[in-house]
Design a protein around this ligand. Structure first.
Ligand code: CMP
Length: 470
């Protein structure tokens, strides 16, 4: 105001005493100096009026945007708008003053006809003008204003807008850093705006055990969250199940904020309220859980009905004929029952194997591979056994066994047989003899090999070796 008063006074004097000023400057000088005296006075007037115009524009700017705009909208007008107003107003005033002092000079033509001036100015101000016009277009759209929270671009610069200038948008991040984003960059990037005068929503996630009732959880959390600071009372929070996950029921609580700029604090407060509400209501946050269903192998006791039938079945198997009832009972206890569909392969030739099978119900066929085609060499019925070679000698399976109908087999493992042999080592010999006999018989039926007289001894030795029996 003091500056304005001084300039005003000086301007008044310069205008009012124009003639006297010129006369005093002319006094005692030659004719050429009269021209320079006039120029000097004009220049002085131009300077003073320009300063006055500048100060007036600033005062006007303050009155319009600083006071009137603030009173009407509640916040200050963007700096960019104020700057544009100042530039335009000052340029108009300057032109008016200039044409009054120098009526003969066409200032407009001076600027418009100077192509070189335009090119130089354009090149020098390329970026600046880019930012300037991008800023104007941003302001024209008015997508955001001071106080809004925005997130800009791929780098996700997020913060509260502090200022929008002719060059950049200035945001204060939630780490209290200041980030300047060029207007031209901002104009190209996607911008997420959470306007200050808008009810912006947030989502917070939590989970519970499956044992906790969803209806109760939803009620408890909604009531706890709706009373938290900065959670808008205008819209009730929404609590809903997002997912029935592996070890938890996953929920989302969506709430609306009065002041979005404080969303970090509010999220934290909401989580805190949920924790306390859970504690009071006896709800439990989920932790990774896994339910284990332990499969009990179908060991069928010889005492029950099925076990009795197995016992009966095994007793009828000729290779087990030498076993005592107790030994057969041990085998029956360890036997595992498997059911195969018609056409399913029970064992495959060439596979390793350490168990034998007894056909309990149904029928199977023994197949060997002849010229790439399966050839059935025998059919085994209820009470027959197969897979004894692998069990007693450790050799690979010699043939395929395929179920001819739905078939139940009893599997007897290496360990069970070893226990039987250990309690009665004499059994090895008789078992080997029976096996050799059966093998010779089978071999004769399919005519694949000639019976060997000393096969029993060979098997006996192999079985002893395999089971570690002397
Ligand atoms: P393993 O060699 O363990 O597996 C295939 C089974 O098929 C074999 O034991 C015998 O039990 C059975 N097997 C092989 N050849 C014959 C055959 N000629 N007659 C009956 N059964 C056989």
């Amino acid at each position: 105001m003091v500056a304005t008063a001084v300039v005003l006074l000086a301007t008044y004097l310069a205008l009012h005493f124009e003639k006297e000023l010129v006369t005093s400057l002319e006094a005692g000088t030659v004719t050429e100096r009269m021209i320079s005296a006039r120029s000097l006075v004009n220049a002085l007037q131009l300077l003073l009026l320009a300063i006055l115009a500048y100060l007036s524009v600033r005062a006007l700017n303050f009155l319009i945007f600083g006071l009137a705009f603030r009173l009407r909208s509640g916040f200050e007008a963007p700096t960019l708008v104020r700057n544009i107003f100042s530039i335009v107003a000052f340029t108009i005033l300057f032109f008016l003053i200039f044409s009054r002092i120098y009526p003969g000079v066409n200032l407009g033509a001076l600027f418009t006809t100077s192509a070189i001036f335009g090119v130089i100015l354009g090149l020098a101000l390329q970026d600046t003008l880019g930012n300037f016009f991008a800023g104007i277009s941003l302001q024209a759209d008015r997508p955001f204003q001071v106080g809004d929270v925005i997130t800009v671009g791929a780098q996700k610069h997020s913060g509260v807008i502090e200022e929008i200038t002719w060059r950049a948008i200035k945001i204060r991040t939630f780490q209290n850093h200041v980030v300047l984003i060029n207007n031209s960059t901002a104009a190209k990037e996607p911008i997420e705006v959470c306007p200050r005068e808008n009810l912006n929503a947030r989502s917070v996630f939590f989970n519970t055990l499956f044992a906790d009732s969803p209806a109760k959880t939803i009620h408890v959390v909604r009531e706890a969250v709706r009373e938290a600071d900065n959670v808008s009372p205008r819209i009730a929070p929404i609590v809903r199940i997002r997912n029935l996950a592996e070890s938890a029921v996953e929920y989302e609580v969506k709430y609306w904020l009065d002041d979005y700029a404080k969303f970090n604090d509010t999220d934290a407060l909401v989580r805190q309220r949920i924790w306390y509400a859970f504690r009071r209501a006896g709800l439990t946050f989920a932790y990774p859980t896994r339910t284990l269903h332990l499969e009990r192998k179908p060991r069928i006791a010889a005492s029950d009905g099925a076990g009795g039938a197995i016992m009966e079945r095994l007793s009828a198997v000729d290779i087990f004929a030498p076993l005592s009832a107790e030994e057969t009972g041990m085998l029956a206890q360890s036997a595992m029952s498997h059911i195969f569909a018609p056409g399913e392969t029970v064992i495959r030739a060439g596979d390793p194997g350490s168990s034998m099978f007894v056909v309990h119900n149904g029928r199977v066929c023994v197949q060997i591979n002849e010229n790439g085609r399966p050839l059935t060499v025998a059919t085994l019925n209820e009470g027959d056994f197969f897979g004894e070679m692998a069990l007693f000698t450790g050799e690979p399976r010699t043939a395929n066994i395929v179920a001819l109908e739905e078939t139940e087999v009893l599997e007897i493992g290496h360990e069970a047989m070893k226990r039987v042999f250990q309690t009665n080592p004499d059994l090895v010999e008789s078992l080997s003899y029976i096996i050799a006999e059966r093998r010779q018989g089978l071999a004769a039926r399919v005519e694949t090999s000639s019976p060997q007289t000393n096969e029993s001894e060979g098997i006996l030795a192999a079985v002893r070796r395999f089971f570690g029996i002397r």
